[in-house]
Design a protein around this ligand. Structure first.
Ligand SMILES: O=C(CO)[C@H](O)[C@H](O)COP(=O)(O)O
Length: 218
């Protein structure tokens, strides 16, 4: 099985959590794209979706799947999204696709967060994947200096602007032993919009595609 086939298998397994009449929060990235493609077979049964990025919104619409504004949707039953890394407690690093802020908002507004990934994303200690931080452009240098003081090596994601008009600093060299504490430390810095650590709102269920089949951790 290729990595992409494992992602698709995880996305297929997540479909089982979708029930009639639900409004479903939709993540961003290649695994979430598989989920969107598979969800099109159920588009008549769900009440709609809320997208976490412009790219996902466009893909949903291309399938004729209705997309709603989060402000009109109220609390969502379900959020389905990928991740860049997960530990065994389902704390996540997200934002490889740069959609971390809207992803964190939609995850926060959802009762259940199903994370879908291939099994290479499950790690003992997070941080090998550079931690994305969305930053207001005028705060770039200040935040970069603060990150160095915290022991990280920030790198500007060149040529990339988020859907919210901000920049991303990818932070290398971290070993994340206390994810909640680190999420709070980043959130305290004025100019940080969102850090891609999902520890205050981890996933509720992790579905991993693997060569030996699909594994579910909850
Ligand atoms: O956080 C994300 C986007 O901001 C994605 O969920 C994450 O980057 C995983 O992507 P993929 O499913 O392509 O491996």
């Amino acid at each position: 099985m290729t990595q992409d086939e494992m992602k698709k298998a995880a996305a297929q397994a997540a479909l089982e959590y979708v029930e009639s009449g639900m409004v479903v929060g939709i993540g961003t990235g290649s695994t979430a794209n598989h989920f969107i493609d598979l969800l099109s077979s159920m588009k008549g049964k769900i009440d709609g979706t809320v997208a976490s990025s412009i790219a996902s919104e466009e893909r949903l619409k291309s399938h004729g799947i209705p997309v709603m504004d989060l402000n009109d949707a109220g609390q969502l039953s379900l959020y389905v999204d990928g991740a860049d890394e997960s530990d065994k407690h389902l704390n996540l690093i997200k934002g490889g696709g740069g959609a971390l802020t809207r992803e964190k908002i939609v995850a926060g507004a959802s009762e259940k967060f199903i994370c879908i990934a291939d099994d290479s994303k499950l790690v003992d200690v997070m941080g090998k994947f550079p931690l994305p931080v969305e930053v207001i452009p005028m705060a770039r240098s200040y935040i970069a200096r603060e990150i160095v003081k915290m022991g990280g090596q920030p790198q500007l994601r060149e040529g990339f602007t988020t859907d919210n008009g901000n920049i991303i600093l990818d932070v290398h060299g971290l070993e994340i032993f206390e994810p909640v504490k680190m999420e709070d430390e980043f959130n305290r810095l004025p100019g940080v919009v969102t850090v891609g650590l999902f520890a205050r709102r981890p996933a509720d269920v992790l579905i991993l595609g693997a060569t030996e089949g699909v594994k579910v951790i909850d």
